[in-house]
Design a protein around this ligand. Structure first.
Ligand code: TXA
Ligand code: MG
Length: 344
């Protein structure tokens, strides 16, 4: 398949608009930028279009998709009930990086929800994502735009690497602002549950609801995961990641000792800026300042993908403060490391 490539600016062009609408109506696939990560989109009301997403990503059929909307009429049509908690969160955080789980209406095909009776809905804030849904006039199902198991794409070149020739259109929106996927929150239960941490943090949600909520994303091994996505290996580069937890000086010392016996061409360290000058390794990826978790978050998947580009086999990294946005950072790092953590 020949993939057409457009920039976000070209989405204002009439011919491009027509092309985008036509492809989506015919059940094709369009990769588009969002404020979190790139998404691979198709008509959420068309089971065949949705099944193409699973096929192209190599995604397990029991891992449901998020449905992206651009107005609350769509939300009403896709769900059975929007309770008071959901209303408060919508008011506070939509459009934005919060995905909510609702009881689904019959309009949502079972292919989208992997036969669950719930549906994940997200109202993105990125103008290109919103324009695409407006052009389509129907909701768009979109998982992250990566081959299953690889880190989500947050740069156009990473989208291209995974999906060029496999999708109809890719829209180049540059680097994703947030860089980690949306927070997923189940609001069907009396006490809402975080299924995936993101940049809308537990504390932010609790302050809107004025009561505490549950976080199910911390459990390492889950027998019956509430969110099917929780049980799969994610975000993993080909090399092995070793996550070292401890005080800065101890961690630096540990990593420097550990890497002396390793092949320097195939070893890398992913770390915060404050660690860089003390680390004695040929390949160092600087995530940004430890004081700036937004910067760290926006660079994390780029770091993981760079490891594969360099052919790295062993990757050392360190833990981050497990609070606020740091919770989402640690969640992705732990998954990428297969929970391989050394506590000093
Ligand atoms: O930021 C994002 O959310 C990005 C952009 C493209 O919007 N999308 C994204 O989609 O990360 P994906 O498919 O990579 O992750 C969706 C997550 C999975 O962990 C999936 O299991 C969960 O949401 N999910 C979807 N529907 C669900 C449902 N009905 N109940 C529980 N979890 C659900
Ligand atoms: Mg994903």
């Amino acid at each position: 398949m020949k993939t057409s490539i457009y920039t976000v600016d070209q989405m204002q062009n009439q011919l491009v608009k027509k092309h985008l609408a036509k492809i989506l109506k015919e059940g094709g696939l369009v990769v588009f930028p969002t404020e979190t990560v790139y998404g691979i989109g198709a008509n959420a009301l068309d089971p065949l279009a949705a099944s193409k997403i699973y096929e192209v990503k190599g995604r397990p059929a029991d891992n449901p998709l998020i449905v992206h909307i651009d107005n609350l009429h769509m939300l009403k049509a896709l769900t059975l009930e929007i309770n008071l908690q959901a209303r408060k969160l919508i008011q506070a955080f939509w459009p934005g990086p919060l995905t909510l789980i609702f009881k689904k209406s019959d309009l949502v095909p079972n292919t989208i929800t992997a036969n669950l009776d719930t549906v994940a809905i997200r109202f993105p804030s990125h103008p290109a994502a919103r324009q695409l849904i407006k052009l389509a006039k129907f909701p768009i199902a979109a998982p992250s735009a990566n081959i299953s198991g690889r880190p989500s794409s947050t740069l156009f070149k990473h989208v291209k690497e995974d999906l060029d020739g496999l999708v109809d259109i890719i829209i180049d929106g540059g680097k994703s602002t947030i860089g980690l996927e949306s927070t997923v929150l189940d609001v069907t239960t009396e006490v809402p549950t975080i299924l995936r941490p993101g940049s809308i943090t537990k504390r932010m949600i609790e302050s809107v609801l004025e009561h505490s909520i549950t976080d199910a994303s911390k459990t390492e091994v889950i027998d019956a995961p509430k969110s099917p996505g929780m049980k799969y290996t994610h975000y993993a580069p080909k090399g092995k990641i070793i996550l070292v937890d401890g005080l800065k000086e101890e961690v630096i010392d540990y990593i420097n000792k550990a890497i002396t016996i390793l092949d320097h061409e195939k070893t890398a360290v992913i770390c915060a800026k404050e660690y860089v000058s003390a680390i004695k390794c040929k390949h160092i990826f600087d995530l940004g300042s430890i004081e700036d978790s937004e910067e760290i978050a926006s660079n994390l998947f780029i770091a993981l993908r760079t490891m594969d580009e360099l052919g790295i086999e062993q990757i050392y990294t360190h833990s981050f403060k497990d609070e606020q946005l740091g919770q989402a950072i640690m969640n992705r790092l732990l998954k990428a490391a297969g929970y391989n953590i050394i506590r000093l």
